[in-house]
Write a protein that binds this ligand. Structure first.
Ligand code: ARG
Length: 563
């Protein structure tokens, strides 16, 4: 509800247009004065009366109702108080009708956001370090979509580099088709690790030769590379499905190899490219940064060169209004340099490039051995969390139906929530116990709250109690607190997008679940004092369930019906 417009529509014409009148309505600095106020100075001039006189005349004539329950003059101001009942009606009608679209808006209509996230490396482990980028990016993807933006999710695959030469060399030496087919990414990774452990001068030279073969388009070397790539993609896709993330483009580093030259030419034309110890660089000393290396002395491109080409390609292909790079803060300097170079090239869209940096996720000491040189695979963390979730659920509710399905939602949800609950820049230590605490600030707490709300509603339905069109009651304290929280959801989504901070939604979900539980415990829903109040509380319960479900969905977390 647009309260300002509502108030303006109920004030007599004062010689200004309705829009202007609504725009004059403000929020008083001290909420004790009222929820809204109309300063009367402007009208005093038009009406040739003192502002205080205008305010008291308007107060006397204002038709209060349950939307605005009082209008009181205080000096030159006319102060309004929102009616609790009106607020309840407004909120419940809106959520009850918008349902899964509650929170959705068209704020971003006509605008495009590119989001570069997850960006895993082919033939390398999908490890816990990729958790945050994957789930932060996945959540931002849904948040911007909900706000009406066109969103392009890009997985900037790490599919280029000398490691592929090493891999082919290792495969030729120790591998065979059956083992790799069977072992998939783990077998590939083992080969790679073995190469690094046993590499001799001669093997390194061989690896360089294989890499050169890939680059020069050798059919056999490329077929092997494509095979390794497809095995990696099959593996990561299964993880993406479990995490509920999707991509619109898998254009990785290799994709840009033939798109670098025009950008390098442009750098040269603009006089930005200089030679330094045989390498081609952009000098950034004036900006307090080390040089941005474009081409190595042997003429080879770098990660940075491919990113430069990628930025131009994305601008040309998608004409984005914003391009986000969801990448760990370890790459802060890389992105600062990259954006600076594009700015120096005179591209006005350099300002639309945003590095969404995040902190490190590590596992609680002793939770899983990170034996020297061994990385923690994300899949193992997910599986372990699901296993633990199954145990906790078994203790809490041995008769639960679809146990495996619920455990998957709870366990994977806890891993996602672990990475999304804190401000993204913070380093996080993930603890299975804490993440699966039913009474903590956790996803399982929110999921359990949803299941609790769903179970009350199911009971009401079984008992034939209709509540969707229930009469609106004047809310008591707990009901009012919950209603106010539910109303904030659309604004929370907007702030989450403005700050690229899904944690705002995660926190909102926990806060709102806490308010719901307070309401649930203190206000007996099914044993309400009157039938009218009972139906009203059920309707409020439905609105809470809708809102919490929408919040979890934006985070990529599933909602079990029963728990
Ligand atoms: N593959 C890189 C890594 O794992 C991340 C790539 C991020 N995106 C980019 N456009 N640089 O570190």
């Amino acid at each position: 509800m647009d309260y300002k417009a509502y108030i303006a529509a109920r004030i007599p014409a004062l010689g200004v247009e309705a829009d202007e009148l609504a725009a004059t309505v403000t929020v008083p600095p001290d909420p004790a004065l009222g929820d809204y106020a109309l300063p009367c100075f402007k009208f005093a001039k038009i009406l040739r009366k003192p502002p205080a006189a205008v305010a008291s005349e308007l107060a006397a004539a204002y038709p209060v109702d349950d939307v605005i329950e009082s209008a009181v003059a205080a000096g030159p101001y006319l102060n309004f108080r929102i009616g609790k009942k009106g607020l309840a009606r407004e909120t419940l009608v809106r959520i009850g009708s918008e349902r899964e679209n509650y929170g959705v808006s068209d704020m971003g209509k006509g605008k495009t956001v590119c989001i570069d996230y997850s960006s895993v490396n082919i033939a390398k482990p999908f490890h816990i370090g990729h958790l945050s980028t994957t789930v932060l990016g996945g959540s931002l993807y849904r948040i911007y979509k909900a706000l009406g933006y066109r969103v392009v999710g890009i997985n900037h695959l790490g599919d280029y580099g000398t490691q592929f030469g090493k891999l082919i060399s290792a495969y030729r030496r120790w591998g065979n088709r059956e083992d790799v087919e069977r072992g998939g990414i783990h077998a590939i990774n083992d080969l790679y690790v073995r190469f690094n452990n046993e590499a001799t001068e001669e093997m390194e030279a061989e690896a360089r030769e294989y890499f050169r073969l890939i680059e020069s388009g050798d059919a056999e070397a490329n077929a092997l590379f494509e095979w390794f790539k497809s095995l990696t993609m099959a593996y990561v896709s299964a993880i993406y499905d479990r995490l509920h993330v999707t991509f619109d483009s898998y254009a990785g580093e290799r994709f840009y190899l033939d798109k670098m030259q025009p950008v390098i030419d442009a750098l040269r034309e603009k006089g930005l490219l200089v030679e330094s110890q045989g390498a081609q660089i952009v000098d950034l000393e004036a900006y307090g940064m080390p040089p941005f290396i474009v081409l190595r002395s042997d003429g080879a491109s770098l990660y940075a060169t491919r990113d430069l080409a990628a930025a131009f390609y994305r601008k040309k292909t998608y004409d984005f209004d914003k391009c986000l790079y969801v990448v760990a803060y370890q790459q802060n300097l890389h992105f600062k340099q990259l954006f600076k170079v594009i700015e120096l090239m005179g591209e006005p869209w350099a300002k639309d490039l945003v590095h969404v940096a995040y902190g490190m996720v590590s596992l609680e000491e002793g939770a899983m051995s990170t034996r020297k040189g061994k990385v923690v695979w994300l899949e193992d963390v997910m599986n372990r969390c699901v296993e633990k979730a199954a145990k906790v659920l078994e203790e809490k509710n041995p008769n639960l139906e679809n146990k495996a399905e619920v455990a998957e939602k709870v366990g994977v949800g806890a891993v996602i929530f672990g990475a999304l609950y804190n401000n993204k820049i913070k380093d996080i230590v993930f603890s299975y116990e804490k993440a699966l605490n039913f009474d903590g600030e956790t996803s399982v707490y929110v999921q359990y709250t949803c299941a609790r709300a769903a179970s009350v509603l199911a009971k009401a339905k079984e008992g034939g109690i209709a509540y969707m069109d229930a009469a609106i009651c004047t809310p008591n304290a707990q009901e009012f607190e919950l209603l106010k929280a539910l109303r904030e959801f659309p604004d929370v989504i907007v702030s989450a997008a403005k700050n690229n901070e899904p944690s705002l939604i995660a926190r909102f979900a926990v806060d709102t679940a806490q308010k719901f539980n307070k309401f649930y415990i203190e206000c007996k829903i099914m044993q309400a004092e009157t039938e009218e109040r009972r139906a009203f509380r059920l309707r409020l319960t439905d609105a809470a369930l809708v809102t919490l479900s929408n919040a979890l969905t934006l985070l990529g977390i599933g909602i079990p019906e029963k728990m």
